[in-house]
Ligand binder design. Structure first.
Ligand SMILES: [Ca+2]
Length: 395
């Protein structure tokens, strides 16, 4: 989620021919099928104008530019959609964009059906299972890639640890969980996916909020490209518009990106140093407490009377005193600092017993990166596994 020109250029040049794990849904249905589904979807939605761009489908010149992109987007001429016209008006009035140039760009933006499909919530059914989730991330291929990444970037990781106070293993954990150290950064054109999700988000309870989010990120992507003097179409990322090794959204690149290798640009795709510094900066800006030598999480036992149950689900923040936890029957293996705040975290294991942990601010800082206990715990576990592998490597 963050910034710059070189980033984009690097993205365009360096994109490896790897599929985003989630992007595997690029098995594009036939265009006719997509168009029909989209038309059906767009019409009932009052906020989404029917794509009266049928005629614009013919001159599909825009399609020419997509070689190397790993999805089959559809030209729909977004520039004729009322919501896009309003967006363009806003970019002109608010940020001084040149109308004709922006309209020309938006005519090239494509509709990405797979992005719409991928943001739909998973069908209900299987109970959450931490162990199953964890096994996808804490496995030999990712650990070995992490070991290589740490060895190759030891200087930048040490520098980030010294400057920000975030341990190298946490930075290694995040970049590994996000993209397997740059292997799966995504090959969608960010403008396409952001415009699609801004203006054609699927029906969902949170549709209005998500549409606003992606519209703002479309705005940020254009600001970023202008700031970095790059062609915004060279900005590649995930189906949701996340960019580079750490998968920052454009707005986060603008806010938290760091030029950590000092070459004057923030390049989260081509510079591992920039990625490392930017992740550390993001965590510090989201509540990471530097200089914390202790673990961010600690497994606990819970009393059978379940008086602790109301302490669950208190949001992604540490709000509880050790005394409150103890009084409710949470039994920690070591004394919790009385002056600090904690949260009680439950990790469900399907049919198996749920695990309980107490977590401090640093755990919750990781959840700001991705709002999930499972995510934060897998970052911590992967980082630890890579650190241990590194300790045992024979040099
Ligand atoms: Ca840089």
């Amino acid at each position: 989620m963050k910034h710059f020109v070189p980033l984009l250029a690097a993205l365009a040049l360096a994109a490896a021919p790897v599929l985003d794990a989630r992007g595997a849904a690029k098995h594009a249905p036939s265009k006719a099928k997509i168009a029909k589904a989209k038309a059906a979807k767009a019409r009932p939605g009052k906020s989404i104008p029917a794509p009266k761009a049928r005629k614009a489908l013919a001159p599909a010149v825009a399609a020419a530019a997509v070689s190397g992109i790993d999805y089959d987007g559809e030209p729909v001429n977004f520039s004729e959609w009322q919501v896009m016209r309003e967006f363009i008006d806003e970019m002109v009035a608010k940020h001084g964009f040149e109308r004709a140039a922006l309209e020309a760009q938006m005519r090239e933006v494509r509709f990405v059906e797979s992005a719409v499909q991928l943001v739909k919530p998973a069908p209900p059914g299987k109970p959450k299972n931490w162990q199953a989730y964890s096994e996808r991330f804490i496995e030999p291929i990712r650990i070995n890639a992490g070991l290589r990444f740490w060895n190759e970037n030891a200087a930048a990781l040490a520098r980030a640890e010294a400057r920000y106070g975030v341990p190298a293993e946490i930075l290694v954990g995040i970049i590994g969980v996000e993209t397997v150290y740059g292997r799966d950064t995504g090959r969608f054109r960010v403008l396409d996916t952001l415009a699609t999700l801004a203006f054609a988000y699927p029906e969902a309870p949170n549709k209005a909020a998500r549409s606003v989010f992606f519209r703002t990120e479309l705005e940020n992507a254009l600001l970023l490209a202008r700031h970095e003097s790059i062609d915004p179409f060279t900005l590649l990322g995930s189906f949701a518009g996340a960019v580079g090794l750490p998968q920052f959204m454009p707005g986060n690149i603008l806010k938290y990106g760091v030029d950590f290798d000092g070459d004057g640009r923030i390049d989260l795709r081509g510079s591992t140093s920039d990625a490392i510094g930017s992740v550390a900066n993001f965590l510090i800006e989201h509540g990471w407490k530097p200089g914390d030598a202790g673990p961010a999480v600690m497994p606990v036992d819970v009393a059978a009377h379940r008086a602790w149950e109301p302490l669950l689900g208190r949001g992604l923040a540490a709000t509880l005193r050790a005394s409150e936890l103890e009084a409710a029957g949470v039994i920690a293996p070591a004394a919790l600092a009385p002056e600090r705040l904690y949260g009680l975290v439950d990790l469900q294991n399907g049919a198996e017993a749920t695990e309980y942990w107490v977590a401090n601010d640093n755990f919750f800082a990781i959840t700001k990166y991705n709002r999930s206990y499972f995510y934060a715990m897998s970052v911590i576990d992967l980082g630890r596994a890579v650190r241990e592998a590194r300790a045992h490597q024979t040099l």
